[in-house]
Design a protein around this ligand. Structure first.
Ligand SMILES: Cc1cc2nc3c(=O)[nH]c(=O)nc-3n(C[C@H](O)[C@H](O)[C@H](O)COP(=O)(O)O)c2cc1C
Length: 254
């Protein structure tokens, strides 16, 4: 594959939150896992493990845990936003959270015991050790996402699994031992989005690239930064709304 093809794949990958419940063939799931297996990891420690959840009752239970959390703690904390961020999301303005019941949930896990394989400097720095471990899992996550996209599949991460209540309940549900960390959950299936996602707002390359010694004025001011955050966030909200609209039209779980 040449650069242009790879760039096109990367540019067209999107988060698709409207997912059809139709099952996926095992062969396709195998391809997602195989791609993620090849992700580069710090010192080649390969801390990742994958948990493929197809069982309907388990998928429903995960959905319930996540939706409950989102409809309570998420909105409760949103109310504490600073003024500059505009009105907080509420159930009234945004609607109740309702994750799609995708045909497969793939959990990207990390076996923390593998950290003993890191060089001693990383063992004595919790921060460095964490960073290598998390980045390695993040690579597997991204490889899987790109694989899903290349196969024409929709994928949505469910990072809420990082919050203690969700994490504890999901780990208990799935009988995961203490030494296993959940990096993220992917909901994967066929897209239910008509016409594809809206264009993506991206920062300009010039604004994020710096050369040699940085000048004092080449980073955005606090005010510019906040304005930009609001713009990027508005784009993201628009996509949530679109997913809701499509899912409603199809009369299916989002
Ligand atoms: C590390 C990470 C975690 C994310 N977690 C969630 C999530 O929990 N729920 C969700 O709907 N989207 C999640 N997303 C999707 C982002 O919101 C999305 O990638 C971003 O808005 C850019 O849009 P795009 O993926 O369509 O390019 C996550 C993305 C990343 C990279």
């Amino acid at each position: 594959m040449q650069y242009e093809e790879l760039l096109e794949l990367v540019k067209s990958r999107r988060t698709i939150r409207a997912i059809k419940p139709d099952p996926l063939p095992d062969e396709m799931i195998g391809k997602l896992l195989e791609m993620a297996r090849w992700a580069p990891t710090g010192f080649n420690m390969q801390p990742m493990e994958f948990l493929v959840v197809k069982d309907l009752e388990l998928r429903k239970a995960i959905k319930e845990i996540v939706d409950d959390y989102k409809n309570s703690d998420f909105f409760a904390l949103e109310a504490t936003r600073e003024k500059w961020q505009g009105s907080p999301w509420t159930i009234e303005t945004h609607g109740r959270w309702d994750c799609p019941l995708a045909p497969v949930n793939i959990l990207i896990l990390g076996d923390t015991r593998r950290r003993v394989g890191l060089p001693m400097v990383a063992r004595y720095s919790q921060q460095k050790g964490d960073s290598i471990f998390e980045s390695s899992l993040s690579n597997a996550f991204l490889y899987m996402w790109l694989a899903a996209h290349s196969l024409g599949l929709a994928a949505q991460p469910v990072s809420a699994v990082k919050y203690p209540k969700v994490l504890g309940l999901v780990k208990h549900l799935l009988n995961l031992p203490d030494f296993v960390e959940i990096y993220d959950i992917f909901l994967i299936g066929r897209s239910a989005m008509e016409g594809g996602p809206s264009p993506k707002l991206m920062r300009h390359l010039d604004e994020m690239t710096h050369h040699d010694r940085a000048r004092d004025d080449e980073f955005l001011s606090e005010e510019e930064l906040r304005k930009q955050i609001m713009k990027l966030r508005a784009g993201n909200v628009a996509r949530h709304v679109e997913a809701d609209r499509v899912a409603d039209q199809l009369g299916m779980a989002k």
